[in-house]
Design a protein around this ligand. Structure first.
Ligand code: ARG
Length: 463
C-alpha cells in the first residue's frame, strides 16, 4: 500500500512512493500542528535575517515575511487551515506560504534545517507554556491565601501516618500547599533560563555555510542567547525533560491536595463539603456526590509522570545528533502542559468554593490524645528528661484508654495518682487551642506565627 506524495519537503532522490503505513508512522502533523504560531514566528525572524544579511535579496525576504504574516493572520482568523495530508507543521506552513507568494517561498529554508527549526519552535512554545502555567499556579496560591486568611483560628488534627498527631490550624495546613506551589513556580522560572537559548542557525547538525546573523534572530525572537554547539542544539531535549520533571513534581503536589479533598469530603472525615459545581453524581445511587475533580487532580498526575519517564527512555540511547525518535518528545510535552493547565484552575475553584467544617474537625479531636506531646513538654519544663517524660505520658495514655477517657479529662490529682513523677507539675492546659498557641516559633502553627507566615506568603506572591 502506498499513497501519493502529499505536501512534503523532500523526494528528489526517491523513485518509489512511501508506504502508507510508514507515512502514518512518520507523520507528526496531528500533534505538532499546535506549533503553528511558533513555527511562523521563527520563520519570520529567519527570513528577515536572510534579507538583512544579503543571503537572499531584500525584496524577496520582504515578500516571504509578508506572506508568513498573511498565513499567521489566516490561521488565527480561521480563514485558512493546515493541509491535513502534510508531513508535519513545517511542511504545512511552507505549503501555505507557497500558495500565497509562489516559488520564492522555496528560499525560506535557506541556511536552515527542520532540525534546528523544530528545536526553536519547541523552545518558543515552552516559553509561552511556562508563563501560562506560572499564572495558573499563582492563582491557586492566591486561592489558598484567601481561604487561609478566612479560616484563621480553625483548629484541625494534624496527621502523621494518617493518625492524629498534634493539632494544627487549618490555615497552616492550607498554606503548606502554598509553599510547595511556590517552589514549583520557582523551578519553572529557573528552568526558563535553559529554555531561553536559540538553536536556529545550527542547521541539520554542523552549522551552515551561509554567513547568518544568529544574534539578530535571537533578539528578534526575544531569546537571551544563542546555542554554542550545533550538535548539542539540534539533538538535546534536556529542556523538555527538565520541564516535564518540574511538571511532574507540580502534579504530585496537585495530587496530594486532591487526595486531601477526597479524604476530607468523605463521611469518615467530614471536614469539608465540596461545592456542587465541582462534584458529580452517580448514575445509580441518587444520594451520591463524588469528588471527581479532586480524584482527577490526583489521577492525572500519573500521565505527566509517565510522559517524563517516556521521554527519558526515548533519549537515553540516542547517538548524536538528531534522530527521528525525538519526534516522540511532543505528545507527552503537549499533554503535560494541557493537563497542568486543566488541573490547576479546577483545584483553584475547588479550594475557593470549599465549605470547611471546623466543628467536625474539633469533634474529631475529642479524646484523641493529640496533646500528649504538650504534657510531655510540660514535664520537661519542670526538669524531667524528655525520654522519661515520654514514658510517663505513655503510661497516662494507656490508663486513659483503659477507662475510655481522654487526656484532657484527667484531673491533676488523678494524674499524680497514676504517675507520681508528675506531682511537680502545676496545672497544664491540654486543650487543642492551647497546644496550637504554644507552637509560636517561626514556621509553627500558633495564630501569630501563621499570621506572619500569611503575610510573607502574600509578599512572595506579589513579587
Ligand atoms: N517532525 C520532526 C520532529 O518533530 C521535525 C524534524 C524533522 N527532521 C528531519 N530531519 N526529518 O522531530
Amino acid at each position: 500500500m502506498t499513497s501519493p506524495r502529499a505536501a512534503r519537503l523532500w523526494g528528489g532522490r526517491f523513485g518509489a512512493e512511501t508506504a502508507a503505513v510508514i507515512e502514518r508512522l512518520n507523520n507528526s502533523l496531528s500533534f505538532d500542528a499546535r506549533l503553528w504560531r511558533e513555527d511562523i514566528e521563527g520563520s519570520i525572524a529567519h527570513a528577515r535575517m536572510l534579507g538583512a544579511s544579503g543571503i537572499i535579496p531584500g525584496d524577496e525576504a520582504e515578500k516571504i515575511v509578508e506572506g508568513l504574516q498573511g498565513v499567521l493572520a489566516g490561521l488565527e482568523s480561521g480563514s485558512q487551515s493546515l493541509d491535513p495530508s502534510a508531513e508535519d507543521i513545517h511542511t504545512a506552513v511552507e505549503a501555505l506560504l507557497r500558495d500565497r507568494v509562489g516559488p520564492v517561498a522555496g528560499k525560506l529554508h535557506t541556511a536552515r534545517s527542520r532540525n534546528d527549526q523544530v528545536a526553536t519552535d519547541l523552545r518558543l512554545y515552552l516559553r509561552r507554556a511556562i508563563a501560562a502555567i506560572q499564572g495558573a499556579i499563582a492563582d491557586l496560591q492566591a486561592a489558598l491565601i484567601e481561604r487561609a486568611d478566612g479560616e484563621m483560628g480553625v483548629v484541625m488534627p494534624g496527621y502523621t501516618h494518617l493518625q492524629h498527631a498534634q493539632p494544627v490550624l487549618l490555615s497552616h495546613h492550607l498554606l503548606a500547599y502554598f509553599w510547595m506551589l511556590q517552589r514549583d513556580r520557582e523551578r519553572l522560572r529557573d528552568g526558563l533560563a535553559r529554555v531561553d537559548v536559540l538553536p536556529l542557525g545550527s542547521g541539520a547538525l554542523a552549522g551552515t555555510t551561509f554567513s547568518i546573523d544568529r544574534d539578530a534572530v535571537a533578539s528578534e525572537l526575544g531569546f537571551a542567547g544563542v546555542s554554542e554547539n550545533s550538535l548539542d542544539a539540534v539533538s538535546d531535549r534536556d529542556f523538555v525533560l527538565e520541564f516535564l520533571a518540574d511538571a511532574a513534581i507540580l502534579m504530585v503536589h496537585c495530587s496530594r491536595l486532591g487526595e486531601e479533598l477526597v479524604l476530607w469530603s468523605s463521611q469518615e472525615f467530614g471536614f469539608v463539603r465540596l461545592d456542587d459545581a465541582v462534584t458529580t453524581g452517580s448514575s445509580i445511587m441518587p444520594q451520591k456526590k463524588n469528588p471527581d475533580g479532586a480524584e482527577l487532580a490526583r489521577g492525572k498526575a500519573g500521565r505527566v509522570i509517565g510522559s517524563l519517564m517516556a521521554l527519558l527512555t526515548v533519549m537515553k540511547g540516542l547517538p548524536l545528533a538528531y534522530n527521528k525518535d525525538m519526534q516522540e518528545d511532543k505528545e507527552g510535552l503537549f499533554d503535560a502542559v494541557e493537563t497542568v493547565l486543566l488541573v490547576l484552575p479546577a483545584l483553584s475553584l475547588m479550594i475557593r468554593t470549599a465549605a470547611f467544617d471546623g466543628n467536625a474537625m474539633c469533634r474529631s479531636m475529642q479524646g484523641d490524645f493529640s496533646t500528649a506531646t504538650d504534657l510531655a513538654d510540660a514535664l520537661v519544663r519542670s526538669g524531667m528528661p524528655f525520654r522519661e517524660a515520654h514514658a510517663v505520658v505513655g503510661r497516662l495514655v494507656r490508663a486513659c484508654l483503659d477507662r475510655g477517657i481522654g487526656l484532657e479529662d484527667l484531673t491533676p490529682t488523678e494524674i499524680a495518682a497514676i504517675a507520681p513523677e508528675t506531682a511537680v507539675l502545676d496545672w497544664v492546659d491540654l486543650s487543642v487551642s492551647a497546644s496550637v498557641a504554644a507552637r509560636a516559633t517561626h514556621g509553627g502553627t500558633a495564630l501569630d506565627a501563621v499570621a506572619s507566615q500569611l503575610a510573607r506568603a502574600r509578599e512572595v506572591l506579589k513579587r
